[in-house]
Ligand binder design. Structure first.
Ligand SMILES: [Cu+2]
Length: 470
């Protein structure tokens, strides 16, 4: 395992205002937490009974538990307590409602300084948001061993039964548009393209914009599996304002947080930003008592400083590898497809080819000068097509969900929209050879939703290797 940025647990606790509570036993916790062995036998699982503070919990895949396992029962009891608090007062800062609203504050905002999506703050902020939930749940049942669970959708590509049932199950949510038997399409779960993104900006997004008119570039992880699964579930999960209310949010984001961790372990080349602007950025949430708290990103980089670790970082290898041709979605022409020419004059054709070096694939940025979404969120499979010796070549490059960029001026018409995609050598060669290439967005049908007839409109599509806001 690679070395992690050094932030001490003690410093973290000081930050959280917890050091005055008699945490004399804590130095014990700050060492030997680097391994991922079974937590049950770990001496660091000691709990300080005075503070009720957790030592270190292990987050596990919810699907590995029986539905009536005591650990799941504990999670449900804790969620129920938070929900009950909100029934009494929706403003109770320790309640489910107030916690859900936190997401809306930072995710459904057109105040760019607060926005944590579409940029490189997405994964640190959501880590903090989950920490905040875990702390509240622990306090609700006075059980510092309680851990949030994740839903590893690379292994169970359907919503596990733990999240279904009637009102008696606090993990259920009636707004979801999928049913218990619906399966997530395989191409929605392509974590491999994200793992192979060596630059953090490609994986996790570009620096946040400072003012209106600048281009927002989210990372491939956000635009592909993260958005795809939010949208596939539908209902509250498909919105920025309400997704934090559906308990599946914490299972899905638990897995996204785990993938961020796994990305760092995937390759020595996958390193976190060293920019001060990122490391020193303050992110906001509430603590276990519902009080406002803020952390710098550099304090959020070691999960063990935050009191948790993952039982494993193993994902289903099928989704970590490049798709075999047989597994790639096929282009099936339909009247709802958006077909637009790739403007090679403004594309970095030679640069893209040079970027490949001796690799078989590379990441590039697909840029649209303007985009008009027919509905939102918009989920599509993206193909590139061109002729090769009289035969039409269709290259699948990924499945993405585009969410509207919040800008009060331009509700649906967006300027400067980007997708970060992975392309294979053959396509890079075609781009380099300046062939006539068309970009196709093929909308994906989702359970219990109609695809309107309107077609996505794109203007001036180009490909670039990197982007810089001026
Ligand atoms: Cu999300």
């Amino acid at each position: 395992m690679k070395e992690k940025p050094n932030t001490s647990r003690r410093a973290f606790l000081q930050k959280a205002g917890l050091t005055t509570l008699g945490l004399g036993a804590l130095p014990v916790l700050s060492t030997s937490l680097v391994s991922c062995e079974n937590s049950a036998t770990n001496k660091n699982e000691q709990i300080d009974t005075h503070t009720g503070l957790s030592s270190l919990v292990t987050r596990k895949n919810i699907a590995d538990f029986e539905v009536n396992d005591p650990e799941i029962k504990l999670l449900k009891d804790a969620v129920k307590i938070l929900k009950d608090r909100s029934e009494i007062s929706p403003l109770d800062p320790m309640g489910w409602q107030a916690h859900g609203m936190l997401h809306a504050t930072f995710c459904a905002t057109s105040i760019y300084a607060n926005q944590v999506h579409y940029n490189w703050y997405v994964w640190p902020w959501h880590r903090l948001y989950l920490w905040s939930m875990e702390q509240k749940l622990q306090k609700a049942v006075n059980e510092p061993k309680l851990a949030l669970h994740y839903w590893d959708w690379t292994k169970s590509n359907f919503i596990p039964e733990h999240y279904w049932g009637d009102e008696s199950n606090p993990l259920n949510n009636i707004t979801r548009l999928v049913s218990q038997t619906d399966e997530i399409p395989k191409d929605f779960i392509n974590v491999g393209a994200a793992f192979r993104a060596e630059k953090y900006k490609t994986f996790g997004g570009y620096p946040a914009i400072k003012k209106r008119g600048e281009a927002q570039l989210d990372g491939i992880a956000e635009q592909s599996f993260h958005n795809n699964i939010h949208n596939w579930i539908g209902g509250q999960m498909a919105t920025f304002t309400e997704s934090g209310f559906d308990p599946i949010f914490y299972g899905h984001h638990g897995n996204c947080d785990r993938i961020w961790e796994a990305w760092q372990n995937y390759s020595d080349k996958n390193v976190l930003p060293t920019d001060e602007e990122w490391l020193e950025k303050r992110l906001y949430a509430t603590d276990g008592n519902g009080r406002p708290v803020d952390f710098k990103i550099k304090e959020l980089l070691n999960t063990e400083d935050l009191g948790y670790r993952f039982n494993d970082l193993d994902l289903n290898p099928t989704f970590c590898n490049p798709y075999m041709d047989a597994d790639k979605p096929k282009r099936e022409a339909s009247k709802r497809d958006c077909v637009a020419p790739l403007n090679l004059r403004t594309s970095d054709g030679a640069d893209i080819y040079a970027e490949m070096e001796d690799r078989e694939r590379t990441h590039v940025i697909l840029h649209f000068e303007r985009a008009q979404l027919p509905y939102q969120p918009y989920c599509a499979r993206v193909f590139f097509e061109y002729d090769k010796e009289g035969e039409k070549q269709s290259k699948y490059t990924g499945t993405f969900t585009i969410l509207p960029i919040l800008d009060l001026d331009t509700v649906l018409l967006q300027n400067g929209v980007h997708l970060q995609i992975e392309i294979e050598r053959e396509l890079a060669e075609a781009i380099d050879a300046q062939k006539n290439i068309e970009v196709i967005f093929q909308p994906v049908p989702l359970p219990n939703r109609n695809i309107p007839d309107e077609i996505l409109k794109l203007e001036n599509i180009s490909l670039v290797t990197h982007y810089e806001n001026k």
